[in-house]
Design a protein around this ligand. Structure first.
Ligand SMILES: Nc1nc2c(ncn2[C@@H]2O[C@H](COP(=O)(O)OP(=O)(O)OP(=O)(O)O)[C@@H](O)[C@H]2O)c(=O)[nH]1
Ligand SMILES: [Mg+2]
Length: 498
């Protein structure tokens, strides 16, 4: 940088001046502070202490105000998850109570706790047979409890609900074998039903009938992550010869090792539930008939593995199960909260949009064009932030609305065009009055602002003004197009001469 001589002299003089002023101020401040201090020392003690206390309070207040102004506060709902592994009954109860007070439907979460209480009261151990469709879960249960009326079918998806079968091992423990729908079928909801039941059980018997698929491996991993004691059961071993079976078991052991040996190697067994097979039987007179036969079962190692896992986990089994159910209840609560937020945000956005439309319809003079910085925009932003657990400073809200307002200018022509077109689509509206088009256009902008804010808040969990307003700008045309019918209907409802 080249400065001419005169400028340099001026700058030098300025620097000198600043230093002289700073030194002077410093001297002055020190002198007055020492003066005051001397006088305080001579005065009564109470005055001294009182003076110091007031000074300290003033400094603390100043720091607090600066903190509030500069540091962004946020309550991140997602942060709760980090402590989830230590989730206790009291925690989940408190969360449910809070959510209920906020208007969330807590029925599903509460039902989980009730189901847990009744299982605790019965004292039975729940073993859940879990796995992809047609791996032979029902057949395994039938092999363990031959008298039970278990549905087995060649066609996958034969089990569509949850069934419990009473079984006593040699020790006489009260055990319930749970049959659940197979996963990876057509109906995603069945996967959900099965997974939830697995989470409610004490032990999961994960049934496969060959090498683990990627999805199966993921399912095993997530059950182990939830702290579920697990036995990996390779069923239909009769379909493989000794060499094939050995190779397969080796592959499965490698999978267990890949998972960091969280499942011990003796938790893997190969069995044959038997299942049923249709054979053609020829009678003496030569007539042929198809008869259903039971293949012989070979499940001795499974019974041993079950007894071992029950022995190993014995003491901590209930505690682990309870914790898994608390997590399940917490997940259900989180789902209900998310649903509540969607519904409530819709109401908030609708109400703000309606006010914008009404305001615009009622405006007598053109030029009341301050769109979103006013009361309606502020209230909508505050309410949406609160709903998503973000607690922005007032300044952030103001900054966000300012930035968004400046971006609206470019979107207004589009909004007007879309509004005009949208209104024409309504039968009987005929020639559309300018005021109505304006009202719809303004409503559309509020609608877009609200929807974009919801996306931003659910993505980031907080309101960062520049990010939020940028995301608003990026999505505005899409939101305007998507909202036109809704907002036009609203405006036609509100139109005074309607
Ligand atoms: N070869 C052979 N077939 C078996 C064995 N166990 C079961 N099967 C057959 O596998 C098919 C599926 O058996 P199911 O017991 O219905 O399987 P599932 O896992 O309960 O099936 P879904 O309830 O549909 O998920 C049936 O045709 C059984 O006969 C076995 O050990 N060996
Ligand atoms: Mg079944």
């Amino acid at each position: 940088m080249k400065l001419d001589r005169l400028t340099r002299i001026v700058v030098a003089l300025l620097i000198l001046l600043v230093f002289i002023v700073a030194i002077g101020a410093m001297l002055f401040l020190t002198e007055s502070a020492l003066n005051v201090w001397d006088r305080l020392l001579q005065g009564p003690r109470a005055l001294r202490y009182g003076y110091v206390a007031i000074m300290a309070a003033l400094v603390a207040t100043a720091i607090w105000l600066i903190w509030r102004l500069v540091v962004r506060r946020k309550i991140r709902p997602a942060q709760r998850k980090t402590t989830a592994s230590k989730l206790t009954k009291a925690d989940i109860r408190q969360r449910i109570a809070e959510a209920e007070a906020a208007g969330v439907d807590v029925g599903a979460a509460q039902a989980e706790l009730q189901e847990l209480a009744s299982r605790q009261a019965s004292g039975a151990v729940h073993l859940c047979f879990f796995g992809e469709i047609s791996t032979g879960k029902s057949s395994l249960i039938k092999a363990l409890v031959p008298d039970a009326n278990v549905t087995v079918d060649v066609v996958g998806g034969s089990t569509a609900d949850i069934r419990h079968y009473r079984w006593r091992n040699d020790k006489g423990d009260e055990i319930l074998l749970t049959d659940v729908p197979g996963t990876a079928g057509h109906d995603q909801r069945l996967d959900e039903i099965a997974t939830q039941e697995a989470r409610r059980s004490h032990v999961v018997l994960f049934v496969c009938d060959g090498d683990l698929t990627r999805a199966e491996k993921q399912a095993v991993e997530s059950l182990v992550e939830l702290g579920k004691p697990l036995v990996l059961v390779m069923n239909k071993a009769d379909r493989f010869d000794a060499d094939e079976q050995a190779a397969l078991m080796q592959r499965l052991l490698e999978h267990l090792d890949d998972m960091g040996s969280v499942i011990e190697r003796d938790r893997l067994v190969a069995v044959s539930a038997g299942g049923e097979v249709d054979v053609v039987a020829r009678s003496a007179d030569g007539a042929e008939e198809i008869v259903r036969r039971q293949r012989p079962a070979d499940i001795g190692v499974l019974v041993v593995a079950i007894n071992r896992v029950l022995d190993d986990t014995g003491g901590s089994m209930d505690q682990k199960r309870d914790r898994a159910v608390f997590h399940l209840a917490a997940d259900k609560l989180a789902g209900a909260e998310a649903q509540y937020r969607v519904q409530r945000s819709e109401q908030i956005i609708r109400s703000a949009t309606r006010k914008a439309v009404l305001g615009s319809l009622a405006a007598v003079s053109p030029g009341t064009d301050v769109l979103i910085q006013g009361y309606v925009g502020t209230t909508m932003t505050q309410e949406l932030c609160k709903l998503y657990g973000a607690a922005p400073r007032d300044l952030d809200i103001e900054e966000f609305l300012n930035l968004s307002q400046s971006r609206v200018g470019r979107a207004l022509p589009l909004s007007l065009a879309v509004a005009g077109n949208g209104l024409k689509a309504f039968p009987g509206v005929g020639t559309v009055a300018g005021g109505l088009v304006h009202a719809v256009a303004y409503g559309l902008i509020f609608d877009a602002l609200g929807r974009s804010l919801v996306l931003t808040l659910s993505r980031h969990g907080e309101l960062v003004p520049d990010i939020a307003s940028r995301e608003f700008e990026e999505g505005i045309s899409e939101h305007i197009e998507a909202g036109v019918r809704r907002v036009a209907e609203m405006a036609l409802d509100e139109k005074p001469d309607n």
